[in-house]
Design a protein around this ligand. Structure first.
Ligand code: TXA
Ligand code: MG
Length: 315
């Protein structure tokens, strides 16, 4: 098992030695290593059992630090970063050579993000390199939103987990790239489409690629918990699946079941996002065969929640 604590010096010295440390962010916990050190980056892929065609996000201190790693920060990218960094937004920008090809899986863009968490900001400020960090879960599984989630799955692969408490946003960052015709959303996430569009106007979304994905987080079956997720109208599903062996994951409504999790009793979409991944995980420990789940309203963070639910349900 890994040591869990809040010692930034300890985290920094491990990272300086090329070791991995799990770090808290506002979205989900990341499995961090020195992004400029290829052997540290190899360790990230190995610990997650992640295919090397799936590129990593690089975490930076802010816009001027991002300028050290991106060839150019276009006007729209700069406007978004100025408005939303630190925050749940990853920008795909043309990379400088110093970012190893392994980090970007050979792509000529790098995903850059400035996370909004004070411990991780202190850690980044203490280091002379940026941190490559995918979500700290085995490839294909639900992302961790507490230090204990990380320890449960990767505790024997890393020495230290920096504990920043439960993640406030609870769902991964929104990923935006830039093409000739303007910005494109490649992954819905913790920053809503409405917020993005308020800065750069209408943006396209390309989040459902089945082959050769630009962002493999787009792969259909991803974010899957241990139990099978069945999406639909819960009342209708309960006519088909036995109540006593089914988990129920609802947005707001209460059902008469011991194995039910309500994402937000008050119907608050941010609260639902915060609870989603830990809810999906907790069914793993319940004596149920499947999770019956419903979509949430498709506005604000609802788009990202529904995206994760659909992928969790995909075979
Ligand atoms: O909120 C987050 O983004 C979290 C925290 C730790 O920052 N990180 C995260 O990383 O979710 P990960 O590796 O689990 O998901 C990153 C996604 C992957 O689907 C990857 O394919 C995509 O970002 N990605 C990274 N770099 C890319 C690039 N240059 N072009 C296209 N997609 C990229
Ligand atoms: Mg991930």
């Amino acid at each position: 098992m890994a040591e869990i604590g809040t010692d930034i010096e300890k985290a920094a010295s491990l990272l300086e030695k090329g070791e991995l440390v799990a770090i808290p962010t506002e979205t989900v916990y990341g499995l961090a290593g020195n992004a400029l050190n290829t052997s540290a980056v190899v360790k990230i892929f190995e610990a997650k059992n992640r295919p090397q065609f799936d590129p990593l996000i690089v975490h930076v201190k802010g816009i001027s630090n991002a300028e050290e790693y991106a060839e150019e920060i276009t006007e729209q990218a700069r406007a978004l970063a100025t408005q939303f960094w630190p925050g749940p937004l990853t920008l795909l920008l043309k990379k400088k050579n110093m970012i190893p090809d392994l980090v970007t899986s050979g792509l000529d863009t790098v995903g850059l993000r400035c996370p909004n968490h004070s411990l991780t900001q202190q850690l980044l400020n203490r280091l002379s390199f940026p941190l490559a960090a995918p979500s700290a879960n085995p490839f294909g599984y639900v992302s961790p939103t507490t230090a204990l989630h990380v320890n449960d799955q990767l505790g024997d692969k890393i020495q230290y987990i920096l504990d920043g408490g439960p993640c406030k946003v609870g769902i991964e960052s929104t990923i935006i790239g830039f093409e000739e015709n303007g910005p494109i959303v490649f992954r819905f996430g913790g920053l809503s489409l409405e917020q993005i569009q308020s800065i750069v106007g209408k943006v396209k979304a390309q989040t459902h690629s089945t082959s050769n994905p630009k962002a493999p987080g787009q792969l259909k079956s991803h974010y899957a918990p241990g139990k099978k997720v069945i999406l639909g109208n819960i009342e209708t599903l309960l006519q088909q699946y036995p109540l006593k062996s089914s988990g129920i994951l609802s947005f707001q409504k209460k059902y008469n079941s011991p194995f039910q999790i309500i994402l937000s009793p008050s119907g608050n979409i941010e609260e639902a996002a915060q609870n989603l991944f830990s809810a999906l995980r907790s069914f793993d420990k319940m004596p149920v065969n499947a999770i019956l789940a419903e979509l949430v309203p498709d506005t604000g963070l609802g788009k990202a929640i529904n995206d994760r639910l659909r992928r969790a349900a995909a075979e």
